[in-house]
Design a protein around this ligand. Sequence first.
Ligand code: PXG
Length: 290
Amino acid sequence: MKIWLDGKLVDESEAKISVFDHGILYGDGIFEGIRCYNGRVFRLDEHIDRLFLSARAIVLKMPWSRDEIARHVCETCAANRIRNGYIRLCVTRGPGELGLNPYLSPNPSMFIIAASIKLYPDEHYQNGLSIITCASRRPTPGSLMPQVKSLNYLNNVMAKVEAIQGGVLEAVMLNEQGYVAECTGDNIFIIRKNKLYTPLISDGALDGITRDVILELAEKLGIPYEERTMSRYDLYTADECFLTGTAAEVVPVVELDRRIIGDGKPGPHTRALLDAYHDLTNSTGTPIPL
Ligand code: PXG
């Protein structure tokens, strides 16, 4: 596998970063997870926009332009003959001395992996996932800005541990007020009385690119939607529930905290949105010159 690292496509065995990189020492850095389908990178501009917003939020000056990054993403896919896959792009603060001061690390590093990812087995896309609510909370804007896709994912990793130890594959994370934020790496949606709902960004949901796509598709399909503060009550009493993310795509949820949601089967609106999502991912995107 070839990895793009600081300007070069190098063999995986040579793709190494310094132990003094602040991405490792302090989780000081940002990332994006991007997918490509049929030789096209899906919503690449949106991912690059969010990367630059994350960079701005953590005062990391990007030495690469948007166009350069887009080109390097495509080059990495091409070098690995990836037409359908998952691209993990990381920007770290770069090497520096010990100590938090990011201003002493003026040279960020970027690496791009083009490979694949599978968050849940296929059967769950057919029959739905069972999930739990976990005790780990989404950080508040006053601690770790929840909008930044930073290299600090320990909170989400611990939430995932709770899910797995609880015998399921995914967990709902609440915010400090006890309202629903999202899952460990996915946004959450419900359907109630033919209307679609998802938590507000201000309640700790990541401004997910798949989330946006689903809202666009709901509009197209004539499904009314609303972003609003949601509690577990809303999830327990929903007609349908599903999760979205670049890695997860669209996955139905049929059980939460051992309670059945709706009739325990993926519902018609979830199916319609899932199909529309696949149609869109298969037909749009930035071409990879292979
Ligand atoms: N919430 C969180 C906390 C995420 O990290 C999403 C929602 C979905 O957002 P998008 O824009 O993808 O629709 C994410 C996405 C990985 C990985 O290993 C990345 C994510 C999720 C799971 C795994 O690259 N990020």
